[in-house]
Ligand binder design. Structure first.
Ligand code: XIL
Length: 384
């Protein structure tokens, strides 16, 4: 529906002087977009969707997903343990349901994730006796997995997180069974297999803490090696499991710029904002006084004070301010969940806390953080 705005006084006076009708003319204007997907323009604004939401068990979240987002990442159901639980057994029931849900909503789907050291069954790396498999066997299993999964969704998935978290905090390749059994080229090969299975899909390397200098250098070096040998990589996904004080605007900006300079896209793939104290900052908590330590780590069980809500909202606005400086490069911003109630951040890195990491509260109401993001999307380039 179009709304009308009264014409400015000067226009009215001019109309009257010109002998026009006495009633002020109305100037039609489009209302400001009220949903994230309307406000986002060409930017993909995505959300991680869990199995109950796609299956119809969480209608509140489903309605918010439908209304506000134009891209969907399966939070879990594309992971190896879901789609390929046993040797030779592929089960796409939950994954198909999620893709159908997204397609009904007119949303693009991002495939998360093909090769990772988490949520991958142990059998993948072992033979029948439990001993590590050979390089050739693991390469065969990886190829079979990638070609089957990517092939299954060929043409229906915009892009894949091909390799997740292969670099450690120091910037070295992470010691995982993938690395120890195959060697560094498991990464290049994973991209090549994915490209063969769907030549039109975008292919990303995805990681967290990319903004920290040593890790960033390690990932930049890895990606340069991949590109130099002709590996088909489209982008580097910055997960964005952020905090109120990390990463800084300067860190975020320079990280995006560094990957953009290589000609890569830099989607933000798993954005959320942890507002709780970090366990490693538990200085002063007495060992053994676990109750006090727990309470100190979980200070907002009864609700988030208004001053904190506002600080959180400013922080969301600030982060989007950086992303929106890079149109086309930051081609997508995906938020890692719908409401605070179902966020994984209530259980990570400490189980059972009350966290406030997303844009909708526990009842599905938009938070001040939502308004801040909507404003940033409506006025890209404006200060948050
Ligand atoms: C998390 C999910 O949100 C949880 O539901 C699950 O129990 C564990 O994984 N980095 C990733 C995501 O790449 O797949 C993780 O998702 C969060 C960290």
């Amino acid at each position: 529906m179009r709304s009308v705005r009264r014409a400015p006084a000067g226009v009215v006076v001019a109309a009257l002087l010109a002998g026009g009708c006495a009633r002020p003319p109305v100037v039609p204007v489009s209302p400001a977009p009220a949903t994230l997907r309307e406000a986002a323009g060409p930017l993909l604004i995505g959300v991680a969707v869990n199995a109950p939401t796609a299956a119809g068990g969480d209608t509140l979240s489903a309605a918010l997903v439908r209304r506000h987002f134009n891209a969907v990442t399966p939070e879990n159901v594309f992971k190896w343990e879901w789609v390929h639980p046993r040797p030779g057994v592929f089960d796409f029931a939950a994954a198909d349901q999620l893709v159908a849900f997204a397609e009904r909503n007119g949303q693009v789907v991002i495939g998360h994730v093909l090769v990772w050291h988490q949520q991958t069954p142990r059998w993948v790396f072992q033979d029948a006796s439990g001993a590590p498999v050979s390089r050739d066997t693991l390469l065969d299993r990886m190829r079979e997995h990638i070609q089957t999964v990517v092939g299954h969704f060929r043409g229906r998935v915009l892009g894949w997180d091909v390799v997740n978290e292969a670099v450690d905090d120091e910037g070295n390749l992470r010691r995982t069974p993938w690395l120890s059994i195959i060697g560094e080229d498991f990464i290049a090969r994973a991209f090549v297999y994915a490209h063969q299975a769907d030549p039109n899909a975008e292919l990303y390397y995805n990681d967290y803490s990319v903004e920290n200098a040593p890790k960033r250098q390690g990932i930049l070096a890895l990606v340069r090696r991949l590109m130099a040998s002709g590996v088909p990589i489209t982008g580097v996904g910055i997960q964005g499991h952020d905090h109120l004080d990390w990463p800084t605007v300067a860190q975020e900006d320079s990280t995006i710029a560094a990957f953009a300079a290589l000609g890569l896209k830099v989607p933000i793939t798993e954005l959320d904002l942890d507002v709780l104290p970090r366990p490693d900052e538990r200085t002063g908590a007495e060992l053994g006084d676990t109750a006090r330590a727990r309470a100190a780590l979980d200070p907002y069980r009864a609700g988030l004070p208004d001053s904190m809500q506002q600080a959180v909202a400013r922080r969301w606005g600030e982060l989007f301010g950086v992303f929106l400086r890079y149109p086309w490069i930051v081609s997508r911003v995906t938020i890692w969940g719908v409401t605070d109630r179902t966020s994984w951040k209530n259980d990570f890195p400490v189980r059972g806390r009350t966290n406030y990491p997303l844009l909708f509260d526990r009842s599905g109401r938009p938070k001040p953080a939502f308004d801040a993001v909507l404003r940033a999307l409506q006025r890209p380039g404006a200060a948050p």
